[in-house]
Design a protein around this ligand. Structure first.
Ligand code: SF4
Length: 143
């Protein structure tokens, strides 16, 4: 079975900043055709759960309150890439709007719920390295 890297919160892991998940029902349908490899770049990058939300501005990522967590986000992205390379993963399904996982949209860095065009740190790295990166809104294209 082909393996797919997937944002851990989409399969129900409670790794979101607020301690909840972003469980998506469609994930179950994927299991008929694919082996899913759940991964949370923020947790693997060394951040705790729950944590304050973070937002990306250009190449930096800051937590609400001002803590610079860029390095955590970069570490998480590199670990995600390592897993893809090690397991021969060519597709990643990542959670839209996240500063790590956002595929088409991210928040603008002002912590005012304003979305802009952009990618999360992990999504950007995986895409640059040739992994096909889609959001949970495009799961149907794989079924
Ligand atoms: S970093 Fe990605 S996997 Fe982790 S909680 Fe945020 S969206 Fe989900």
């Amino acid at each position: 079975m082909e393996k797919i890297l997937i944002s851990a919160c989409l399969v129900g892991d409670k790794v979101k900043y607020d301690g909840h998940s972003n469980y998506n029902e469609k994930v179950k349908l994927l299991l008929e055709k694919y082996e899913l490899v759940p991964f949370c770049p923020e947790v693997e990058g060394g951040l705790t759960t729950p944590r304050k939300p973070s937002e990306r501005v250009k190449d930096r990522v800051k937590m609400e309150g001002g803590r610079d967590v860029t390095k955590n986000f970069q570490n998480g992205a590199e670990l995600a890439l390592n897993i893809c390379l090690y397991l021969g993963i060519k597709i990643a399904i990542l959670k839209e709007n996240s500063p790590s996982c956002g595929v088409n949209k991210i928040y603008d860095g002002s912590f005012s719920h304003k979305l802009i065009d952009g990618q999360g740190v992990t999504a950007e790295l995986l895409k640059r390295k040739g992994i096909k990166v889609i959001s949970e809104n495009e799961i149907d294209t794989l079924l």
